[in-house]
Design a protein around this ligand. Structure first.
Ligand SMILES: C[S@@+](CC[C@H](N)C(=O)[O-])C[C@H]1O[C@@H](n2cnc3c(N)ncnc32)[C@H](O)[C@@H]1O
Ligand code: SF4
Length: 351
């Protein structure tokens, strides 16, 4: 079982971001953390989680580093018996709020993987994105985590932003390669509805050639690619778990859970969530939904697609893709050779 905890607080709203995160509700932090604890207790019981069942935890947001380590203590104490021995515990963190003391406090609670939202090491680009940190703060955050004995460090980078040049991106990757990382996520900017960027023209560069060039560069200078946006000498067990279609608990406002073929949705609105943290609506997925999802997620990552889940017709289409050189077949699974066309591969295979 995987566990996702959502923290909906941020110091500033980035111009591209449509995540469930807010800058104006800081006064609700304590009550929110209590609600999170209540939902967690309820879900552990409701879904029959027993000792050692939880294999990964991911604290995401929003910005988990806007909440003090003290506020996480109760949750971690409660979770301890349910954690597997070799558990991976990741937290996202922003360079301005992930101080040395915060990183150390989270490490003491058991967090063993940090994912810093860096986006770029270029001052002007950070301003354009409305980030609340400087390039130096990002470098320092990574160095602090490493100095505190954290071996699993990842950063997020965004590319395809207006004004991006190959020179700028190359410099970002060069700086990344000088840092003690074992993982990087590189996201192509998506213009999301209701964001500041969606009100402006030409904020993104949607260029497959640029993506191809960057993916090559990251592989050359840093790590192998294991999913369309993820590269690492260490593969995140939590990420991999999602793509393997493992069950997960989604705790927090707008977090989604997936257990026994159903999705669970708590309230997205933070105030409503605090009032009723135990409420969730349930969506039962059909067998077809689940197989389609397995095809999509498998095509986008090193997980691949198990031939046993495909119909005779789908298998034939997968073999056509093998003959065209777009897909490989190894030990009972089909794998995309180029993740940038993974969605086309999945759609064709599904028929
Ligand atoms: C849950 S978010 C935020 C984590 C953390 N609060 C931060 O900003 O560093 C995880 C990552 O998604 C990426 N992201 C968010 N919105 C995006 C968008 N519209 N297009 C591409 N990447 C996006 C960013 O790289 C971000 O670091
Ligand atoms: S990208 Fe991260 S810091 Fe920026 S608004 Fe979204 S969740 Fe908050």
């Amino acid at each position: 079982m995987l566990l996702y905890l959502h923290i909906p607080f941020c110091d500033s709203k980035c111009h591209y971001c449509s995540f469930n995160s807010y800058t104006t509700i800081n006064h609700l932090k304590s009550r929110y953390m209590d609600a999170l604890y209540n939902q967690l207790q309820e879900d552990i019981e409701k879904f029959g989680i027993t000792k050692g069942d939880i294999e990964t935890i991911f604290i995401g947001g929003g910005t988990p580093s806007t909440v003090s380590t003290k506020e996480y203590e109760k949750i971690f104490t409660f979770l301890k018996p349910y954690m597997r021995h070799e558990i991976e515990i990741t937290t996202e963190a922003n360079p301005n709020s992930a101080t040395k003391a915060w990183i150390e406090g989270m490490r003491e609670l058991g967090v063993n993987r940090f994912s810093f939202g860096v986006q770029s090491f270029n001052e002007e680009k950070l301003r354009l994105l409305n980030r609340s940190h400087s390039p130096n703060q990002a470098i320092k955050a990574v160095e602090n985590a490493y100095a505190l004995g954290i071996e699993n460090i990842s950063i997020d980078i965004i590319y395809g932003v207006a004004d991006d040049t190959k020179k700028l991106l190359k410099r970002d990757i060069e700086i990344a390669s000088s840092l003690p990382l074992n993982h990087i996520s590189c996201y192509s900017l998506t213009i999301e509805e209701n964001t500041f960027f969606s009100t402006k023209a030409n904020m993104s560069i949607d260029d497959e050639n640029l993506a191809r060039w960057l993916i090559e560069l990251v592989q050359e200078r840093l790590f192998p690619q294991y999913e369309i946006s993820n590269f690492g000498s260490y593969i995140s067990k939590h990420n991999l778990g999602y793509w393997q279609h493992k069950a997960y608990l989604g705790i927090g406002s707008g977090a989604v859970g997936f257990v026994d073929g159903s999705r669970y949705y708590p309230y997205r609105d933070v105030t409503l969530y605090i009032k009723e943290p135990l409420f969730k609506s349930k969506e039962r997925l059909s067998t077809k939904n689940i197989i389609d999802e397995k095809i999509f997620l498998g095509a986008r990552s090193i997980v691949g697609i198990d031939t046993k889940i495909l119909t005779e017709d789908q298998r034939k289409r997968a073999e056509i893709l093998v003959n065209e050189g777009k897909v490989t077949f190894r030990e009972g699974r089909f794998y995309s050779r180029d993740y940038l066309i993974a969605d086309e591969i999945a759609l064709y295979m599904m028929g």
